[in-house]
Design a protein. Structure first.
Length: 459
């Protein structure tokens, strides 16, 4: 039987992981790796988690450790405060050491501060939201009690890809630290250029950690010893749908306004990570077209018409809230939804129809079908549809593939009188794509149905 890692081993693991994360981030920034930088940072986090998760839990971030401490205090799975304090201290030392090393390696350094055109509030909002996302994903894929039985193998992938979502989305605003150890390390290494922003960054990052602990309690009350009846479970599902849709649409807006070099990949990463975090809570639809497809597939009998309509309502509200949030971050910056460049509405119709069909069909195939369901790769498969569609038709329709995205983006144009037509047109086509997915799915996956269940029988 394997022994329990010693305290020195655990602290050493936290120092090493935080050092590698901060060092990789600094090298990418000083090496001007604008295109692939976030992927590099995400990958070092991912491989470190897989390597050291069994030793220390692979926090590598005081915000994550604090979130786990708060969860433990609330009666859930987490860390005691002594461990939180030790981990946080070692993580901060690892961040400072790494920042000094990359500064010596390149013979120069960089300062911590919001990017040009943004103030403390703009940077604070994105640091809060994406640190919340990071901690929330960690809690759901690594700390939740279900993981003791499930033993999922996607935890490192889900956590690492949060950095891809945030790096391309929030990087243009705050630099996307999401980690007090990284923020403090950068600020200390550049003390000659000014010091102090790490305090503001750490404040918002820890606030995001606290928010993640509270919402983890809301979506998984049974992890805290609360009895989860049907009403409480459905409340958790609605909160889940709001959170996932909000993060998705917020990431869309930041990538577009920040002129991201990998927008589709960043948005896909946000979707994938939140699917892994919340798939077993609500089904992680985050998209009215997906909800429509799942409902009419009749393979999820517990999703009633009333529940499906409430899902859709929450998704649309979340999309609108997220859209006005990115408008706030960009100080009024927004963009319309509609044909891109010289594209026509006919081209938009075919583009959105085909790739929304693809997204919904893959959801039905890897998350609903008993025959082709994937227990570990479902999130990656579904998220990849956004990369596929975003790259393939972004130059035609923008690659929305989701009425919550379409309505959210269009809602920011309401004062200009351009809200109703594009939102309605995109939504209608995307819902039609969802229904098309149901039809094709019933043909290709007819073996899922028992011999006594025929098309239309349950309607």
């Amino acid at each position: 039987m394997a022994g329990v890692p010693s305290l020195n081993a655990r602290l050493g693991a936290e120092f090493l992981g935080t050092f590698l994360l901060t060092f990789t981030a600094g090298c990418n920034i000083l090496g001007l790796q604008y295109t692939w930088g976030p992927v590099s940072i995400a990958c070092v986090l991912m491989v470190s988690i897989y390597s050291l998760g069994g030793i220390s839990g692979a926090n590598f971030n005081p915000a994550v450790s604090v979130a786990l401490g708060l969860v433990k205090s609330l009666g859930g799975p987490g860390l005691d405060w002594r461990t939180v304090g030790l981990y946080s201290g070692v993580q901060i030392l690892g961040g400072i050491a790494a920042a000094l090393f990359y500064s010596m390696l390149f013979g120069q350094t960089f300062n911590l501060a919001p990017n040009d055109g943004f103030a403390w509030l703009n940077a604070g909002i994105v640091e809060l939201i994406y640190t919340f996302m990071l901690c929330f994903v960690v809690l759901n894929v690594a700390a939740a009690r279900k993981n003791a039985q499930e033993k999922n193998q996607y935890f490192g992938l889900a956590i690492g890809f949060v950095i891809i979502a945030a790096g391309y989305g929030a990087g243009a605003v705050s630099g996307a630290c999401l980690n007090p150890a990284v923020s403090i390390g950068i600020d200390v290494a550049s003390i000659g250029m000014g010091f102090g922003w790490c305090v503001a960054y750490a404040f918002f990052e820890l606030l995001g950690a606290a928010l993640s602990a509270w919402l983890f309690l809301v979506v998984r009350p049974s992890d805290f010893g609360y009895f989860s009846d049907e009403a409480r479970a459905f409340k958790a599902a609605l909160v889940s749908e709001f959170l996932g849709t909000f993060i998705l649409v917020f990431t869309v807006g930041l990538n577009v306004l920040g002129k991201s070099l990998a927008g589709a990949f960043s948005i896909a990463a946000a979707l994938m990570s939140m699917i892994y975090a919340l798939g077993d809570v609500s089904g992680a639809h985050f998209n009215p077209a997906v909800t429509l497809a799942v409902f009419f597939s009749r393979r999820v009998p517990e999703l009633t018409l009333t529940q499906a309509l409430m899902y859709v309502g929450v998704q649309l509200v979340a999309g609108i809230c997220a859209s006005f949030s990115y408008v706030l971050v960009y100080v009024g910056g927004n963009f319309p939804i509609g044909p891109v460049g010289k594209s026509t509405w006919l081209q938009v119709t075919f583009a959105e129809l085909i790739f929304t069909f693809l997204l919904c069909y893959i959801v039905l195939s890897v998350a609903v079908s008993n025959r082709t369901k994937s227990s570990h790769m479902f999130g990656l498969a579904i998220g990849s549809c956004v990369t596929i569609g975003g790259c393939a038709i972004g130059s035609i329709s923008g690659g929305s593939l989701n009425p919550a995205v379409s309505v959210g983006i269009a809602s920011t144009q309401i004062m200009k009188g351009g809200f109703l037509l594009p939102a309605t047109a995109y939504t209608a086509v995307e819902l039609l794509g969802g229904l098309a997915a149901v039809g094709i799915f019933r043909v290709t996956h007819d073996a899922d149905l028992s011999s006594d269940v025929k098309f239309g029988e349950r309607f």
